[in-house]
Design a binder for this molecule. Sequence first.
Ligand code: OGA
Ligand code: MN
Length: 361
Amino acid sequence: MYGSDKVSEDAERTAFRKAEKKYKLYYDDSSKSSRKKKQPKQVDLSEVLDFKSILDSYNQNGQLPPGIVAVQCGFNSPVFLLENHPGFYFIPGALSMQEQSQWIRESLTSFPQPPNRTNHNAFYGPIDDLFNAVKEKKVLLEEESSIGSLDLGASSCTSNEDAHRWKFYEEDIATLRGKTCKSVKAGVLLRKLRWCTLGLQFDWSKRNYNVSLPHKKIPDALCQLAKRLAAPAMPIGEEFQPEAAIVNYFGLGDTLGGHLDDMEADWSKPIVSMSLGCKAIFLLGGKSREDPPLAMFLRSGDAVLMAGEARECFHGVPRIFTDRENAEIASLDLQFSHEDDPFFLEYIRNSRININIRQVF
Ligand code: OGA
Ligand code: MN
């Protein structure tokens, strides 16, 4: 599902692909050549399901749009179900502000720490303390010992994995040495962080969970949260057992192409998916890419469960919004503004994080 930009001509014509194109970020051609900041193309958002306004009117007058059902599951707000998508659950504002800021912090500090793997592993090997390196304006340098083996193309990815050839250096040392070896700023690496995996490590190249890869258990507090959120979609008397999680990081223009999460053995267990930071559009399709997907907004603090039949449905994220009006992170912004650490605020103003928790076996 990653790097899925190369779509075959057939796939270009599916209903799912059409919806992705409709909502994806494009820029106005007219502004390209001018010196003005390029302007995003206007998109028609009138068909995007907005559970926040649905919740507001439900609270006011008890009414719901056709096809949507509300159930009380012991959360602060009702849980919404879709008649046409059994197994799909939407929990608006499932996470408190406190929880949102806690999981944003962890997503940027502890989650990408080895042995957890990130998209940077293939090229740079494991990277320690990326977020601190960003704060300290450090630069990752390729160790001199490896100069001579200049083949850093995709084919050498696996051999880089355990070589530990890259290390962080202070900016001034990096400036001196950067002339003779490859370098990349920590800030650039953070902006290009697209995913990390917690618990059992997912191997994207083989598309399976590789139990032999070293891993830590998912942090207890995250397990407890996932169990609480998963409860509405669990068979009575059973408790969700979080074994693996994928954390997705989105910057402006980043998308998650339509896909199925079908690598877990037991599909009766839900996938618990939490949104943090900037608002996004989520597409929920059917079992075929030909089925026209439903578009809905996901805001910071929302949680979605996909269980049963909904687990067999294509889904993806074609768009995130980072502009002040549409990102809808005012309260988060306030929460982080009170701190002496401006880095979380800076990151989250332009990003979305999704924590996606699974029971594998
Ligand atoms: C995934 C996924 C959805 C999201 O990671 O498999 O579907 O909201 N994420 O980012
Ligand atoms: Mn998914």
